[in-house]
Design a binder for this molecule. Structure first.
Ligand code: GPV
Length: 838
């Protein structure tokens, strides 16, 4: 026993039961937490009670890593990365923490000695689904890498009460169910009401003259909301670092408005409370499609203001002056969702701390970096001036002033080029007037990056072309990465074990070392084991598929998987056209010798995105027919795995033979699922889009199934005039597939159901499915051919894994640290909690 906080009067004693790692201690700790935290006797405790008792036992064992980390950062006054993101798609914490703490096998043993099923308890955890897809998951991988690389970091975001909806499939359609992830409590967070802040909204501004005769502006808001931080520890892999994810919850400043209450308007008073708390109620479930809703702008401003106020508090608490702010914080904007931070930091410095404009601007510019994650025009955020002015009147004034000064500089560089000025302006005045958030982010940041080489290149040539010409030095590429801890060690323990048996375990922190596997590609025993593991993992997935959907699939078939958000640009319907084409071939030639395939889909559609929902219905309808057809003799199965999320993704990636990365070239900024599949030994069928380009470069063209137009060819074809109907008329297989859908064959005779989808393809086909169709079909034939030679397929699989080192999020984070953040590792020393050896 030892004192954690040395103080004359109080000494907090840390009990051995909260830190000890012997099996006996762990068992006692779990029993203790069950009794005192859950308030249950073992006889009546539910699985969830046991899960929570276990979770608290694990949490106790990381608290002193966490507190020491925070204390070290404060004492050493280090520079901290503040990763601002509207989404963090963390996935379940329990298993990840066990792996990163290196206590998985002890905990498992203790749990089993208590007569409990470890996996059953792990399965109890409700994952925090605080994100939509790739963008939110990238933020989570980056937090893991920053902690593992001992980089001081705080993730700042929103504690949505309801995360991304749970998806059910009924009659082939997506049905959305509210995600009540907090209903049984969240053992991984600690509320810190003592660090609450206030956030203003609405009202108006006025000028006044201060005591020194300076003109100042004050904001007189008409709403004030309280932000309460909830902290979750982010444990690094086998280091002492535990960084913080700080998520903000909105509350009313007082739980009752007594004024209103006293005059008898009880409902009015409670209403106001509900109104304030609405801000962090629910995650917007649209991925890359803005809705322009007021509440969304309120969410963005709310968490950004809370976070910046928190940074300023932290900075001043160590006795610093704001003059040195940019030396102590590197603030990264995860897309434009938090871009209002640029105007908010200016406001805090100028209006609240009375700094002059030039100094405030210099600090702001040096503090911020901006990552762009899409080129899709419908995702580029803009807010109408009317809304902006109503909600954030002071910020609009500041943005006008930023714009005025910015355009003055542009005018000097490009005299008499009004088109250029209009294109660069922070205000879009081409029609109804809007604030352009990407422009604010570019002007207010010292660094701008895309997320794959092709994406960065296209950004510079298209969406941000004028900014690139103006400030080429701000631009760089940071190709995305994924954490091998969650996406290999945790999700694919069998393959992890095999790899470790051959090359040790240092690849887990230094993924380039996977190259050492190349020496075993001709080792037949090793190849045998590799293939065997893939087989076992496919069997596991087959069992899950049967449990979730009732569909029986053959684990010996080729597992062909497309798992990602449902979007027209990602082209799940191109995959469906291949399935229908293959089906037609088998119907025409029932004895055709084909490689049996299981087509697996996973992904959610935005609830208001009708075409995406129709794509889900199409996949399920095709499955319903194909899966039952006796002529097919189980040579094809189509599965839509419901509720694709981090939990469900973990057993999916390892089971894939083929990874579908088939977006229209130029549309997918990077993709990260593509990396997870390949890291787990799937081969990719893909276009030259996003990070596919770099994956192919790394694994070798001979180990990658390439098809389709290039981004440049897509552009040319569109310029020339693209007529999808020409492809339909001249390609009998394509025509047969479309006609079969339109005939009502997959829809119980309903010829109207899929018309919106087929008509859109025939008349517009904005994502060029028809142009890429034949190339895709031909490429799939090559895939089937290649799968016949299992030995060679296994070799290609091994080479894919061996050459994936580049796509570790550790590599990506090191680049951000070096090129953008200028931060270095800060190792954490653990003071011994039990110096007496107790
Ligand atoms: I902007 N992305 C996303 O998931 N949601 C968004 O709102 C936006 C981008 C994704 C891109 O689509 C992926 O290509 C990319 O890999 C991912 O962000 C992370 O950069």
């Amino acid at each position: 026993m030892a004192s954690l906080i040395p103080s004359e009067k109080i000494s907090i004693v840390v009990e051995d039961d909260r830190t000890g790692l012997s099996i006996t201690t762990l068992k006692r700790a779990i029993a203790d937490n069950l009794f005192y935290n859950q308030g249950k006797f073992p006889t009546i405790a539910s699985k969830n009670d046991y899960y929570l008792a276990l979770a608290y036992t694990v949490r106790d064992r990381l608290v002193h890593h966490w507190l020491n980390t925070v204390q070290t950062y404060l004492k050493q006054e280090v520079k901290v990365v503040c990763y601002l993101s509207a989404e963090f798609l963390m996935g379940p914490h329990l298993n990840n923490n066990l792996i990163n703490l290196g206590i998985e096998s002890r905990i498992r043993q203790a749990v089993e000695e208590l007569g409990l099923d470890f996996q059953e308890l792990v399965d109890q955890e409700e994952e925090p689904g605080l994100g939509n897809g790739g963008l939110g998951r990238l933020a989570a991988c980056y937090l893991d890498s920053m902690a593992t690389l001992e980089i001081p970091a705080i993730g700042y975001g929103i504690r949505y009460e309801f995360g991304i909806f749970d998806q059910e499939i009924r009659d082939g359609w997506q049905v959305e169910i509210t995600d009540k992830w907090l209903q049984y409590g969240n053992p991984w967070e600690i509320a810190r009401p003592e660090y609450s802040v206030q956030v203003n909204l609405g009202g108006h501004t006025e000028t006044y003259v201060d005591r020194d005769g300076n003109y100042r502006v004050r904001w007189l808001p008409d709403r004030v909301i309280k932000g309460i931080p909830y902290d979750t520890p982010i444990v690094g892999y086998q280091v002492n670092t535990a960084n913080t994810l700080r998520l903000w919850k909105a509350e009313a400043i007082e739980s009752f408005n007594f004024q209103t209450f006293n005059i008898g308007n009880y409902y009015g008073a409670v209403n106001e409370k509900i109104y304030s708390e609405n801000i962090t109620k629910v995650l917007y479930p649209n991925d890359e499609q803005l809705q322009g809703k007021q509440l969304r702008l309120e969410q963005q401003y709310f968490f950004v203001s809370c976070s910046l106020q928190d940074m300023i508090r932290l900075h001043l608490s160590t006795g610093n002056s704001l003059d040195t702010f940019d030396g102590k914080f590197a603030i990264q904007l995860n897309d434009t969702h938090p871009a209002i931070a640029i105007a908010e930091l200016m406001r805090l410095l100028i209006d609240e701390r009375f700094m002059d404009w030039e100094q405030a601007w210099s600090i702001t510019e040096k503090s911020f970096g901006y990552t762009n994650h899409t080129l899709l025009p419908e995702a580029l955020e803009k807010w109408s001036l009317e809304l902006f002015n109503r909600l954030l009147p002071r910020h609009l004034e500041i943005i006008y002033e930023i714009n005025r000064r910015f355009l003055d500089r542009v005018r000097i560089k490009y005299p008499q080029d009004n088109d250029k000025l209009a294109r660069l302006s922070l205000i879009d005045e081409t029609g109804a007037r809007y604030v352009r958030m990407a422009h604010l982010a570019c002007v207010g940041s010292h660094a701008i990056n895309g997320v794959a080489e092709l994406h960065t290149h296209l950004l510079q040539q298209t969406v941000l072309k004028d900014f690139y010409q103006l400030f080429p030095e701000k631009f760089s590429n940071k190709t995305n990465g994924v954490t091998p801890r969650r996406w290999m060690v945790l999700s694919n323990p069998r393959l992890t074990k095999l790899i470790c048996s051959k090359i040790g375990d240092s690849w887990i922190k230094n993924l380039d070392e996977l190259r050492k596997l190349e020496q075993f590609v001709d080792d037949s025993a090793f190849c045998q084991q590799w293939q065997q593991i893939k087989q076992e993992v496919k069997q596991d997935l087959a069992i899950r598929i049967r449990q979730r959907t009732g569909i029986i699939v053959n684990p010996n078939s080729l597992f062909d998987i497309q798992a990602k958000r449902i979007h027209e640009y990602k082209r799940q319907h191109l995959n469906a056209l291949h399935i229908i084409t293959l089906y037609n071939c088998l119907k025409q030639n029932p004895n055709l010798d084909v490689i049996p395939r299981t087509f697996i889909f996973g992904g959610k559609a935005a609830p208001g995105y009708w075409m995406a929902k129709l794509m889900i219905k199409l996949i399920n309808s095709v499955g319903e027919i194909v899966n039952q057809d006796p002529d097919i003799c189980d040579r094809m199965k189509v599965v839509f795995f419901p509720d694709y999320n981090v939990t469900n993704a973990q057993p999916i990636y390892p089971a894939a033979d083929l990874s579908e990365q088939i977006s229209t070239a130029g549309k997918e900024a990077s993709g990260t699922g593509n990396m997870k599949f390949s890291l787990n030994g799937a081969l990719t069928i893909g276009t030259l889009d996003g990070a596919n380009v770099e994956i192919r470069e790394e694994v070798g063209a001979e180990n990658f199934f390439l098809f389709g137009l290039t981004a440049a060819e897509v552009q040319q074809l569109k310029t020339k005039g693209y007529n999808p109907r020409d492809y339909y008329n001249s390609n009998p297989q394509l025509k047969a597939a479309i006609d079969l859908i339109n005939s009502g064959f997959f829809s119980h005779g309903d010829t109207e159901l899929f018309k919106p989808l087929t008509e859109s393809l025939l008349n517009y086909d904005p994502y060029l499915l028809f142009a890429d169709y034949q190339s895709y079909i031909d490429c799939q034939k090559k895939v089937s051919q290649a799968f016949r030679d299992r030995a060679n397929w296994t070799k290609m699989s091994i080479l894919n894994v061996a050459r994936m080192g580049k796509f570790s999020s550790d590599r990506a984070i090191k680049e951000y640290c070096r090129d953008i953040w200028n931060v270095a590792p800060v190792p954490i020393e653990l003071e011994d909690l039990c110096p007496d050896g107790q």
